[in-house]
Design a protein around this ligand. Structure first.
Ligand code: YH5
Length: 264
């Protein structure tokens, strides 16, 4: 939706490897400090994730995921003014996170788990529907499409229709093409280049390319050298109509998007 203000979603991973291993208090404290820093840097939303969706990551059960994210969401809710998003595919985690203070469900499976759509409708929360081909463990082995843009578009429109029939309002739905989720470099490039077609669908579009390997491959940069590429990609996506940006580097992305907004 060109004309609308850009929204920065800062990534807050609360998987055990992400922060200190000094116990529960340290873990929650470090996460809140990171959330406060991202808020100060210009994030309007903090995306809390307790399960890694990277290829090859270990699955966790709902109980473990709730134990990781709920104390962090409660503490961020008490200490920050930002909106909180919960990055999960499990309805039990969605419900616990929203009760703890989350406002948005960010689901890489686009609410395809049993009961997820009904759960979000009942909770009355906004949802980010992301496209993924296959399952995280195997999705990068041999992604195939007859036409990646049409397939992603049709999938997202069908999921939105299903959500709206279950009672989720049209204004509560975001679309995300899911860069890197069951896509080759060529698929990611075509999707990115043709973002205007997805942004024309009347749902706000979120993009998550921050530090991802599509940038690393194009630029031949390891993960710790992808900042400039990540910010440049956000700027290009803004020009193509995307308005939500899921990023690691909030301050840098904010400056770039502020220029996009003012100089547009
Ligand atoms: C997304 O695109 N991505 S988790 C590999 C990397 C860097 C980052 C170093 N959750 C998305 O961030 N939710 C993730 O290489 C997401 N959209 C939405 N909505 C993967 C991730 C990452 C993976």
């Amino acid at each position: 939706m060109a004309g609308d203000e850009p929204v920065i979603m800062g990534i807050l991973n609360v998987t055990p490897d992400s922060f200190s291993d000094g116990g529960e208090y340290d873990r929650v404290d470090a996460a809140v400090a990171r959330a406060l820093a991202m808020q100060a840097e210009g994030a309007q939303v903090i995306d809390v994730g307790g399960e890694s969706t990277r290829p090859g990551a270990q699955p966790v059960n709902a109980e473990q995921e709730i134990e990781r994210v709920v104390p962090v969401i409660e503490a961020v809710r008490r200490q920050c003014e930002v909106q909180i998003s919960i990055d999960t595919s499990k309805p039990e985690v969605m419900a616990a996170a929203v009760r703890a203070g989350a406002n948005l469900v960010n689901d890489v499976k686009a609410l395809r788990a049993e009961g997820a759509v009904e759960c979000c409708a009942e909770l009355g929360v906004s949802v980010c529907l992301m496209h993924m081909q296959g399952e995280p463990r195997t999705m990068q082995q041999s992604p195939e499409y007859s036409g990646v843009v049409a397939e992603v578009r049709d999938f997202l429109l069908a999921r939105a229709q299903y959500c709206m029939e279950a009672g989720i309002a049209v204004e509560q739905i975001l679309f995300d093409p899911g860069f890197g989720f069951g896509k080759s470099l060529e698929h990611n490039i075509e999707l990115f280049s043709r973002l205007p077609e997805l942004c024309a669908l009347d749902f706000p579009v979120l993009i998550g390319v921050s530090r991802k390997s599509m940038l690393g491959t194009i630029l031949d940069r390891p993960v710790e050298q992808r900042l400039i590429g990540s910010v440049a990609a956000a700027v290009i996506a803004y020009g193509k109509g995307a308005r939500w940006f899921r990023v690691h580097d909030v301050a840098e992305t904010r400056d770039a998007l502020e220029l996009c907004r003012v100089l547009d």
